[in-house]
Design a protein around this ligand. Structure first.
Ligand code: ADP
Ligand code: MG
Length: 207
């Protein structure tokens, strides 16, 4: 059975594309069959996969409209795939709702500032109707700042969304891997691998 993970956020620059690619690369490195659907008109995820080359271990397709996304999801869910990961544009348009509704898990990467957390809260509220399980992952977090850990702990008590144990730190190696092949099994990407493992076991329980 193919399981669908959508990566959502209402703002640009919240690490959606980075999370999509890290997750896809990590799962592929563990032998999983992964397809990335890029619903952002910017096509960063698609370009990233193309530029990184075959070694990245998964394929990516552009699905810039609700219709193309739904068609791709319907077509590929029966294919020999373990996971479909949908990267989405910022905003609050119908494509985000379509992605969330069709997903087994909606993943929301976010930074730790008050403004960012407020946006996440709004997004969670707007997704309430979809019934899709939601997980927040704190990303691009400056580890020198304590806020990340404190917030991580306080968010655990959130009613409607789970919080990933894995916290993705701000790292040059991650930033520099944009549009390149991430050396996913090396130390700077350890938390990305942890996130993939956590998501896999959460999804396995939902099957
Ligand atoms: N863990 C991280 N460490 C360092 N830089 C990061 C990390 N996550 C994201 N970034 C950087 O933040 C910027 C925005 O990330 P991106 O994934 O493109 O966000 P979005 O897709 O939500 O717009 C990019 O320059 C990216 O390299
Ligand atoms: Mg993006």
């Amino acid at each position: 059975m193919t399981q669908v993970i959508s990566v959502l956020g209402t703002k640009g620059g919240t690490s959606k594309t980075t999370t999509t690619i890290m997750l896809a690369t990590a799962l592929a490195s563990k032998g999983k069959r992964v397809l990335v659907l890029d619903s952002d008109l910017q096509r960063d995820a698609l370009e990233w996969a193309e530029r990184a080359g075959k070694e990245i271990g998964f394929t990516a397709k552009a699905t810039p409209t609700t219709q193309t996304l739904n068609t791709a999801l319907a077509r590929n869910s029966s294919a020999d795939l373990d996971y479909i990961i949908v990267d989405t544009p910022p905003g609050s348009n119908s494509i985000i709702n379509a992605a969330a509704t069709s997903s087994d898990l909606a993943l929301i990467p976010t930074g730790v500032s008050d403004g960012e957390i407020r946006q996440v809260q709004k997004l969670i509220d707007s997704l309430a109707g979809s019934g899709t399980p939601i997980a927040i992952v704190l990303s691009n977090v400056d580890k020198r700042v304590k806020d990340g850990r404190i917030l991580h702990e306080s968010l655990q008590a959130h009613e409607r969304a789970a919080v990933a144990d894995a916290l993705i730190p701000m790292r040059n190696a991650i930033r520099k891997s944009y549009f390149k092949l991430p050396q996913i099994t090396t130390k700077p990407f350890a938390e990305c691998m942890e996130l993939a493992e956590e998501i896999e076991s959460a999804l396995a329980q939902m099957k």
